[in-house]
Design a protein. Sequence first.
Length: 337
Amino acid sequence: MHVMENRNDRKAAVKKLRLLAFNSKSNVDAFRKKLDDAFKVVFLPNGVERSEYEYGGVKCDVLAPELYSSNRVMLYIHGGSYIGGSALSYRSFCSSLANKCFCRVIVPEYRLAPAYPFPAANEDVQNVFKNLFTEEQVACALNASKNERPLLPEIIIAADGSAASVACSLIYNLRDRYRSCIKQVILFSPWLDLSPSSKIISAKKACDDVLSSDVLRKCSSTYTYESNLTSPFVSPLLATDEQLNNFPPLYIQMGGKEMLLEDAKAFTDRMKELGNKCELDVWPDMMFMFQMADEYLHESHLALEKIGKIVTDENNGLQAVQIENKPRLEHSLKSEA
């Protein structure tokens, strides 16, 4: 009986997670609506409070847990096949991350394809990051006493699926003074190579429980011209050594049954060869973005707990501080009805 329940839970998880994948039969508006309807929640978990604020002209969700480290913030770039996904559909997942990592999480509503193809998302996220960085520097200075040296902002960049290319593109373009404040990069089930030379793209019927080569081909052609698919800003695996040098500490978490796994292994090897800190954490028998099916899979909870330990262990001994259940810089976070 227990085995049958597990099998049914897994089947339900796969059915839900397939809504993250845009394929050749999908309609853009219907795809976005189904994704939002499946993943949205009425109440945020763990007492997390949400407000809205514009960073660099881009509307963002700001998710603040009851306990957080005052100088730590996560910029989360949502996936959704370049075409769907929203702050609404990722609100529950990112609230859980905020709680586990003891930090505020910023989720931008960046522009989506096909109306806004590459590089619109990259430009939006870059604007968000630079404005967020400036505000965090000001906050650290204001929070320091006269005799203390202000803490530096501790920024975490996280992304999943298709958004991995947007996250990597952001880092490839950053100057050292910005990179030095990125304490961790976290990628969930990243899409790392959409070029014509990719074994997944060139295979006619490659697939796993959630994704297929058809999905990646359809999404990439909707996202940008074929001539751009070999750009490191679309296919991070094809980055130059110069772009990868001094990359912030990278942690990749994914399922053992994903067809994307070989690309992640290749990316990890390149990172390590260049002297970068990189960990590939593979969860046996799990599928693409299993972390977002927490109502069906016990592993989802364990995976996020591990993320929390990694983030909090990287903070050089700084402890989470207790505050009211709202962001600390009230003047910089404007709630909207």
